[in-house]
Design a protein around this ligand. Structure first.
Ligand code: ADP
Ligand code: MG
Length: 216
């Protein structure tokens, strides 16, 4: 589960820091799949980065999968993220010199634990890429790259999956496939999902829609 309470975040030096984000309360139940909507610049990415522990709030608490992130050291937060959080970035961030399978396995290498043997292949099969294990990212369509990135995000069976406008770079058909794969995979894994999107049609597929401006 995810719980933000009285969170404030601004960027820049104290004297000219403009408040960027203010969240009174955001609670996502375990296994719930929530779409986070809001105008460009409203703070969707900032919220995901706070939940993933990539940013720390100026005030307030961020609790993810039973841990209050503020109480963790930076190293402990990195370990926590690797083990409990899957992150699907809008631009996928696949490594060029690594095959689809290696890109997915890479997601397991930061946990200090070994991925289950065969898990990368199984995940790539699950997202419809069983025939593309040895392909380089450049040999894959954008929609296929998105699905490799999703498989990588799921390799550690994360309790929480964060997705930042995952369909933003995709055409309608590929976007629909990726969206369905996110929702189905999360249900199978029991993962909690928080997905930023500005597309109402995408948001409507989730269990619940939350608007950033309503969180203040
Ligand atoms: N690293 C940063 N430094 C300064 N300002 C930032 C930084 N990251 C985000 N912002 C600002 O915070 C606001 C929210 O950004 P963001 O969370 O990316 O919104 P969204 O994802 O909804 O488009 C924007 O005004 C943006 O310019
Ligand atoms: Mg954003």
């Amino acid at each position: 589960m995810i719980r933000l309470r009285d969170v404030q975040k601004s960027f820049g030096a104290a004297e000219n820091a403009a408040p960027v984000l203010s969240v009174r309360s955001l609670v996502v139940a375990r296994g719930e799949r929530v779409a986070l909507m809001g105008e460009s610049g409203s703070g969707k990415t900032t919220i995901l980065n706070l939940v993933g522990g990539l940013l720390t709030p100026d005030a307030g608490s961020v609790e993810v999968a039973g841990s209050d992130l503020a109480t963790l050291s930076e190293a402990a937060r990195d370990r926590f993220r690797a083990r409990h959080v899957g992150y699907l970035f809008q631009t996928f961030h696949l490594l060029d010199g690594w095959t689809a399978r290696e890109n997915v396995e890479l997601g397991a290498s930061f946990t200090g634990r070994r991925a289950e043997a065969g898990r990368a292949e199984a995940l790539l099969r699950e997202v419809g890429l069983g025939e593309r294990l040895g392909h380089w990212p450049r040999q894959l369509s954008v929609g296929q790259q998105a699905r490799v990135a999703l498989a990588r995000a799921l390799i550690n069976k994360p309790e929480v999956l964060l997705a930042d406008e995952p369909t933003g770079a995709l055409d309608h058909a590929n976007g629909a496939t990726v969206l369905r794969t996110i929702l189905d995979s999360a249900r199978v894994a029991g993962s909690t999902v928080l997905c930023a999107t500005h597309d109402p049609e995408v948001a409507a597929a989730f269990d619940r829609v939350v608007r950033v401006e309503d969180l203040r």
